[in-house]
Design a protein around this ligand. Structure first.
Ligand code: ATP
Length: 219
């Protein structure tokens, strides 16, 4: 379903969200106070507007309150990011995603009512570090402080040609296998009698401790 998005700040983060939303067929109103950035997105966003989003009248006149979702992608100017998020909330934008520069900034954004706070640099750094430390971890998403989802390449022959039931992941390792990637195919919610083959990778969810224990089984 087509939705209306407002993106405030067209740095690398806001800009890449803008391109991805347009590619997926969404409507995007892009706002930035820097003329070069606005010119860059003039032919990409549905509308690109040169304006200071810290001015409430600007937000009103652009009809931001009628958007389904606003993304505050202002980076360095923490004060502007907080003020704009607050004004969007007061205008009644139904869903606000805001980018945090650090943990304190993130906490403030949550407190003032951002529906989702993202820490792109921190999260990407963690993902890359995880992948560097453990080469069999193909992807990694932190679900909360205590839970994670990873995609893990099966390299230990003790798992080959065994069914999920035989391996009893839930009891033996405390994790749930939610998918198996086999070549180009992905088996979502595999059944208990699904056999693991050499070359498969497993998508597993579990506590950080349990997932790391399973990672340790893949030398
Ligand atoms: P990224 O990490 O995404 O590349 P960045 O480090 O370039 O971001 P900033 O330059 O701090 O982050 O902010 C992103 C964009 O937000 C910039 O293009 C900047 O012009 C814009 N911006 C900052 N304050 C405002 C404001 N009050 N109104 C509109 N745009 C703003």
């Amino acid at each position: 379903m087509k939705q209306n998005f407002a993106i405030i700040g067209l740095g690398r983060f806001g800009g890449s969200i803008c391109r991805a939303l347009i590619e997926s067929g969404q409507e995007v109103l892009a706002i930035d106070s820097n003329e070069d950035r606005v010119n860059e997105y003039m032919n990409i966003a549905t509308h690109a507007v040169l304006a200071n989003a810290q001015d409430e009248n600007v937000l009103r006149s652009l009809g931001v309150k009628n958007m389904d979702h606003a993304i505050v992608a202002i980076g360095e100017d923490i004060q502007a990011s907080i003020l704009v998020t607050l004004m969007l909330k007061e205008l009644g934008v139904p869903y606000i995603t805001a980018k945090a520069q650090n943990e304190y900034h993130g906490k403030v954004l949550e407190k003032i009512g951002a529906d989702r706070v993202v820490h792109p640099e921190r999260d990407m750094g963690k993902r890359i570090a995880h992948n560097l430390v453990s080469k069999n971890v193909l992807d990694y998403i932190e679900i909360s402080d205590d839970y994670m989802l990873i995609e893990l390449k099966v390299t230990n022959p003790i798992f080959f040609n065994q069914t999920l039931q035989d391996l009893n992941f839930r009891t033996a390792y405390g994790v749930n296998v939610i998918g198996i990637r086999r070549g180009k195919e992905i088996i979502i919610s595999p059944k208990a009698d699904e056999q693991i083959k050499e070359g498969d990778s497993l998508m597993v969810v579990g506590s950080t401790v349990s997932v790391e224990r399973l990672e340790g089984k893949m030398p």
